[in-house]
Design a protein around this ligand. Structure first.
Ligand SMILES: Cc1ncc(COP(=O)(O)O)c(C=O)c1O
Length: 370
């Protein structure tokens, strides 16, 4: 937030800023999806929907799993939410009471610990490194699990590292958590933005996980605030009651637009955007390595590169601030994602055009060599 505020001030002063700190696609929402939203508004689809979402959208999400992963998911298990953020709140609220705890990866998505804190749920941050693809595994979770632990949270691909949790690692993690009668919360918000390898869902491995997804990233609908969660059947009633009270319902117009987002024809447009992200990663990763950044695990998804910058600094927060002021390049320092080796890392988002990324790399080069 400090970096963003500083970037705004510099932009107002007329300085060109290269935004490699932004965690959302630069593309606007695809036109077919926007048209579907406009049409829904014209047809006065402006009332509340059921708290769990439009039945036809829950069916369409089930169709998405069938088409993409040949998986039959009962639409009753699919809950439409205000973004993955809404799903994360519902998951933590329904799985834990005040004083319980959830386990999460450090580095990891920062809002998780804050959502838990709002709910008076404690978080136990588990340091993760390159040896485990910056992801939790059964061994590390076993070491930290205690009598008040209710869940472990993972994201695949991960924010900030872009690494995919290997299926075998996820399977043994599921097995351990289930044996403890806890739950694994798997955030698949970057599903669809996976490069070099096949995409997968935790639902192919276990029906016991809480699987979270969103229309924000692959579907390019951040501002529409819509996501979903697939849960074991026996949790649906409790989640319905919590959702009715804290959200009432997800946005109606967004749900109608999402029906178009899930169509096979729309996927062609979205896949071509994914290919653009891959091209950008394929430019930025070697360019950063050439400058002297170290990226221990090749990011295979999302639109982030989590780079070790200890060749230049062990205080990435100050370094990133100086880079912004001197060269106009905005990055996210490691401290945003936890504490473990945070000062030696920063996150690069490739949510900008190739041309802008090229210019940003030149600027970083000038900064390092000044
Ligand atoms: C890992 C992860 N989970 C959840 C979210 C929240 O996304 P939204 O609420 O827009 O679906 C984000 C946003 O950046 C994220 O990176």
């Amino acid at each position: 937030m400090d970096i963003l505020a500083q970037a705004k001030i510099l932009a107002q002063q007329g300085k060109t800023i290269y935004h490699l700190e932004i965690g959302e696609p630069d593309f606007p929402t695809a036109e077919v999806i926007i048209d579907a939203g406009i049409e829904a508004l014209k047809q006065s689809k402006t009332h509340y929907t059921p708290a769990l979402g439009l039945p036809e959208l829950r069916h369409a999400v089930a169709g998405y799993y069938d088409r993409k992963f040949s998986l039959e998911i009962n639409p009753e298990r699919i809950i439409i939410t205000p973004g993955a953020s809404g799903a994360l709140q519902l998951a933590i609220a329904c799985l834990s009471d005040a004083g319980d705890n959830v386990l999460l990866a450090d580095p990891g998505y920062p809002c998780n610990r804050n959502i838990a804190q709002v709910l008076a749920v404690e978080t136990i941050a588990i340091p993760v490194g390159a040896e485990n693809y910056y992801q939790l595994d059964a061994k590390s979770v076993q070491q930290h699990w205690n009598s008040r632990t209710r869940a472990a949270m993972v994201a695949t691909p991960s924010n900030p590292t872009g690494t995919v949790l290997p299926e075998e690692q996820l399977a043994s993690l599921c097995q351990f958590v289930e044996q403890k009668q806890g739950r694994l919360i798997v955030d698949e918000i970057y599903q669809g933005l996976v490069y070099d390898r096949d995409d997968y869902t935790a639902l192919s491995i276990s029906d016991e996980c809480f699987v979270i997804n969103s229309f924000s990233k692959y579907f390019g609908m951040t501002g529409w605030r819509l996501g979903w969660m697939v849960v074991p059947e026996d949790y649906v009633g409790a989640i319905d009651r919590v959702a009715q009270n804290i959200f009432l319902a997800p946005a109606t117009v967004s749900q109608h637009a999402a029906l178009t987002a899930l169509k096979a024809e729309t996927q062609i447009i979205l896949d071509s955007r994914r290919d653009v992200f891959k091209q950008r990663r394929d430019f930025l990763l070697p360019a950063l390595e050439q400058l002297g950044f170290d990226v221990a695990v090749k990011p295979q998804g999302a639109f982030y590169i989590y780079a070790n910058c200890e060749r230049f600094t062990d205080d990435s927060f100050s370094w990133v601030k100086k880079l912004l002021v001197e060269q106009g390049v905005a990055l996210t320092p490691g401290i945003d994602f936890g504490e473990y080796e945070a000062g030696k890392h920063c996150r690069f988002s490739y949510t900008q055009s190739l041309e802008k990324l090229e210019r940003a790399v030149d600027k970083i080069d000038a900064f390092i060599n000044s």
